[in-house]
Design a protein. Structure first.
Lengths: 575, 88
């Protein structure tokens, strides 16, 4: 049997086949190495470019609210329409449609495109309502895109404009608390890298490139309703007295919070077309004035604290004027020998000057200084003025005498309100705050408790029969306060035509809660006394404040019987 | 002999785990899409809330309320003489 033995036809064929297979394998191997090692970065980048996207994470500016959470400034999203000029130029036929929709001038668009033809990004119109922006995109004009931005709205408008301030078009704080708390309010946009699928949906969160920091909300100490009331009454007073300007500040004496702060003239922060700097100033904080008679209580406090005087100590003010060097200090009439309480009630310049001159300059100065005159408050409000209080070392006699009734020093309405709040709070001054105070804050004792209590009683006589501030009364409440009628300094000295009418007061006198200062600058009507111009504003706003904060009346004795009768009558109707 | 018996379950296990990876990746993507959509809804609702707040405070402007109260409802601020104080 012949066995068939396999015999290779030729070694050549075998080698050829093996070489062919080997080379194919090598090619594949090389390709694999090429893809995985050599070109890896390039390919990875290309792949990523097709699937990975960097997306911005929006962070909008925090809301500003009043003390009850009612909005005072809100950011809402809007869209800004921008174009890529090179693409947009090709679609000139559509410009008309776009211009009509956005209420723009076609030629204007053409001009701005021509000017910036080299750029890739030109705003056509900023801050467009989202609905309109969507209609613009529906036109499908090449080169037109939207950018999400935030527009700031101020629902209170003029009423809270000075305190809240405003932002510019790029959402940065420019004025007021928007500027002071810009860091707190403004968010920082972040970005993330994501993977998208074929349909553009995000399928994987790859990494967070930058964490977005949304702006934080800010609750102010302002009470919206009280702010409005103060605004309305101040505006009315400034208009009816044909005054140049005015300010009003209300502080909570227990916490140091600013409950309302208004100025005239005001501006509408939602309409920035006609901003004028004189309307934009928050005069209650940035403008100083000579406080006049409203300083007398602090002069009297200096006297009380010296131990030399008490409320019944007598001062001789006759004959109604008092010569200091070459100058003469005058009262309206000759009050004769009067006690310290009457000096406050009648607002005697002679009495206050004599009191002050009987004390060391240092002693008087220390009282003014501890009350914070000449120093900015802790409010942090941008542009706050410190005022002027000269050091006692170089006080001349006449300076000390006039300072006793508020000339020769300059303070802001806020500083004056803070000083009255300290008197109201039994001598303890709380730091001024525009932000809602959650925890009770420690104050600083600036007046002896006894002197402060005596002073509240003295100030109460001002609104009682025979006082200068009758019109500051609030029905049902005991009000303590002081009027001031300040002659303004002009280039040629003090005039007798231009005045600032001031009223500073606290209520309810039995357990004070609020301190308020009203100033009206240059009233040109018939009235110009603080007790005629500023006191009625105080009365109406303070009355509203007491009602809004549910403060029980502390002066119901005088018509109690009637109240009981009314009570019975009402009860009779509803058995 | 023994090793071959072991191989079959191992292959099955590998395939199962591979399928498991595929499934869980798919599932996580699906959930992620859902999450993104929900986040978007949240953002949109936030925006709407802001707009509604704005609208509400615009309607509730004190000047407007006061005018409506005075003219339409014939309301007026309370006179202190009419106040009755009830002491508990």
């Amino acid at each position: 049997m012949k066995q068939q033995v396999y015999k290779p036809a030729s070694a050549f064929r075998l080698v050829t086949v093996m070489l062919a297979l080997l080379s194919i394998t090598l090619v594949l191997l090389w390709r694999a190495v090429d893809l995985h090692v050599v070109s890896k970065t390039f390919l990875q980048n290309q792949g990523d470019a097709r699937y990975l996207r960097e997306l911005p994470l929006a962070a909008h500016r925090g809301m500003i609210t009043d003390r009850h959470g009612e909005p005072l400034a809100i950011s809402t999203p809007v869209d800004s329409v921008w174009v890529n000029p090179s693409e947009f130029s090709a679609a000139q036929a559509d410009w008309e449609k776009l211009a009509n929709m956005l209420e723009l001038d076609v030629q204007q668009i053409g001009k701005s495109i021509a000017q910036r033809s080299g750029k890739e990004f030109v705003y056509i119109k900023r801050h467009v309502a989202p609905a309109l922006a969507a209609r613009v995109m529906d036109l499908g004009i090449p080169g037109v895109s939207l950018q999400r931005e935030y527009h700031r709205y101020y629902p209170m408008g003029e009423v809270a404009s000075h305190v809240v301030g405003f932002t510019n078009i790029d959402d940065e704080g420019q004025e007021g608390l928007e500027l002071a708390f810009d860091k707190w309010l403004s968010g920082e946009a972040g970005s993330q890298r994501v993977m998208r699928d074929r349909l553009g949906r995000i399928v994987k969160h790859v990494e967070l490139l930058k964490k977005p920091q949304p702006g934080k909300d800010l609750a102010l100490s302002i009470d919206r309703r009280l702010q409005y009331l103060a605004y309305r009454e101040l505006k009315r007073a400034v208009m009816s007295n044909r005054a140049k300007s005015g300010s009003a500040v209300i502080l909570d004496v227990k916490t140091g919070e600013v409950l309302a702060m208004v100025n005239q003239p005001a501006y509408n922060p939602n309409n920035r077309g006609n901003l004028q700097s004189h309307k934009m100033r928050n005069r209650a904080v940035t403008d100083v004035f000579e406080p006049g008679s409203t300083i007398k209580p602090f002069t009297v406090i200096a006297a009380l604290q010296s131990g030399k005087y008490n409320a019944n100590s007598l001062i001789d003010t006759s004959p109604g004027y008092y010569r200091v060097g070459h100058n003469t200090i005058r009262d309206i009439r000759n009050y004769g020998r009067i006690n310290l309480t009457r000096i406050i009630q009648k607002s005697s310049n002679v009495g206050a000057s004599k009191l002050s001159l009987s004390l060391e300059p240092e002693t008087v100065w220390r009282v003014y200084d501890r009350l914070g005159f000449g120093m900015i408050t802790s409010s942090g409000f941008p542009g706050e003025a410190s005022g002027v209080l000269n050091p006692p070392a170089n006080w001349r006699q006449i300076e000390q005498a006039t300072m006793a009734f508020g000339y020769g020093m300059a303070i802001t309405p806020l500083q004056l309100a803070r000083a009255y709040a300290a008197v109201a709070n039994q001598g303890i001054m709380k730091p001024v705050s525009f932000v809602r105070v959650e925890q009770p804050v420690r104050g600083e004792r600036v007046i002896d408790a006894d002197a402060a209590k005596v002073m509240v009683r003295m100030l109460e006589t001002v609104t009682n029969e025979g006082g200068t501030g009758l019109r500051a009364r609030v029905a049902g409440y005991r009000v303590a306060g002081k009027t001031g009628t300040v002659k303004k300094v002009m280039t040629d000295g003090y005039t007798s035509e231009k005045y600032i009418s001031v009223f500073a007061g606290i209520a309810p006198a039995s357990n004070p809660r609020f301190a308020m200062v009203v100033t009206v600058d240059e009233p040109t009507g018939e009235d110009y006394y603080g007790g005629q111009v500023a006191a009625p504003v105080f009365s109406r706003v303070m009355g509203g404040a007491l009602r809004l904060f549910d403060i029980p009346p502390d002066n119901i004795e005088y018509d109690k019987t009637k109240l009981v009768l009314l009570h019975n009558a009402a009860a009779g109707e509803h058995p | 002999m023994k090793a071959e018996w072991l191989l079959i379950p191992l292959i099955v296990a590998v395939i199962a785990s591979a399928l498991g990876v595929v499934y869980s990746t798919h599932y996580s993507r699906k959930l992620f899409v859902e999450l993104t959509e929900l986040k978007q809804v949240r953002d949109e609702l936030n925006v709407e809330w802001g707009q509604l707040q704005l609208e509400q405070s615009t309607w509730a402007t004190h000047g407007r309320i006061e005018e409506l109260a005075r003219k339409k409802l014939n309301m007026k601020p309370l006179d202190y003489k009419q106040v009755i104080i009830l002491k508990p």
